[in-house]
Design a protein around this ligand. Structure first.
Ligand SMILES: [Zn+2]
Length: 252
């Protein structure tokens, strides 16, 4: 479709003109490109010299350079966007540093830009916040759980402080504060014998969400303790089955 109709038109309108001129031009350009590519391979030092002179010029004419770049970006918005995207993808660390520097130097501008962007892209913004939170939760399961607990404590007007879950586990030497038996470090929720944080005096009874009121416990022991507060009969029933299962399932 590309070559044929053109050839026909040229030969029809001007029978004297060589209809292959287009193809020849194309061939010439291809050869030129090939030559340039080979030249770059054969003369790396010359290319480096050229690049250095470009850099020097940019250093000496910062305003002019910025103006030309902006002009080009304005005339080639799609290409500029693509280049920018590629650069960000390949230079994530550098971009983060640059962004942080800009944010530190222009806090108001940055905040304003951020707010404007969120207004313009409401849906995307909500989605990205959601994604970021979910990702964080997945990579920081203990902190996420602790934050949830702290929020619950705050809702109950309890005294709260930030808890380092792992520190509490180590402090309690991986011994369950309720049943006094070892907790297997390798078990993870939803395993019933995995580690959880337990409030010694429950929040519902006015306990605080602070290190001195928090202990390590088996997940099941914690649930059982909670059930005991609500329904003592159920507590006894669970206690018996737990005893039985504990001996079978945990192995430390
Ligand atoms: Zn226990």
């Amino acid at each position: 479709m590309s070559g044929r109709p053109k050839t026909k038109i040229v030969s029809e309108c001007a029978p004297d003109v060589n209809p292959l001129i287009g193809i020849k031009q194309e061939e010439k350009r291809r050869k030129a490109r090939e030559y340039a590519r080979q030249y770059r391979i054969d003369h790396p030092e010359k290319i480096e010299q050229f690049r250095e002179s470009c850099r020097r010029w940019r250093r000496n004419n910062p305003g002019e350079q910025a103006r030309l770049t902006k002009l080009w970006q304005k005339n080639n918005p799609e290409k500029a966007k693509e280049i920018k995207r590629k650069w960000y993808k390949n230079n994530r660390d550098k971009a983060n540093i640059m962004q942080k520097r800009y944010r530190d130097n222009n806090p108001e501008k940055f905040d304003q830009y951020h707010k404007d962007w969120e207004l313009r892209n409401e849906e995307q913004s909500a989605q990205s916040h959601c994604n970021a939170t979910n990702k964080w939760r997945q990579t920081h399961p203990l902190e996420a759980k602790e934050m949830k607990n702290r929020r619950r404590a705050l809702e109950k007007n309890a005294v709260t402080e930030k808890i380092n879950t792992e520190k509490i586990y180590e402090r309690d030497k991986w011994i369950c504060g309720i049943c006094g038996r070892k907790v297997n470090k390798n078990l993870k929720y939803p395993n019933k014998f995995s580690a959880v944080l337990d409030h010694v005096l429950p929040l519902s009874k006015g306990g605080s969400h602070t290190e001195d009121n928090i202990q390590l416990a088996h997940w099941l022991c914690n649930v059982r303790a909670l059930s005991c507060i609500k329904t003592p009969a159920l507590c006894r029933k669970i206690a018996i089955s737990t005893q039985h299962k504990f001996n079978k399932e945990t192995n430390e």
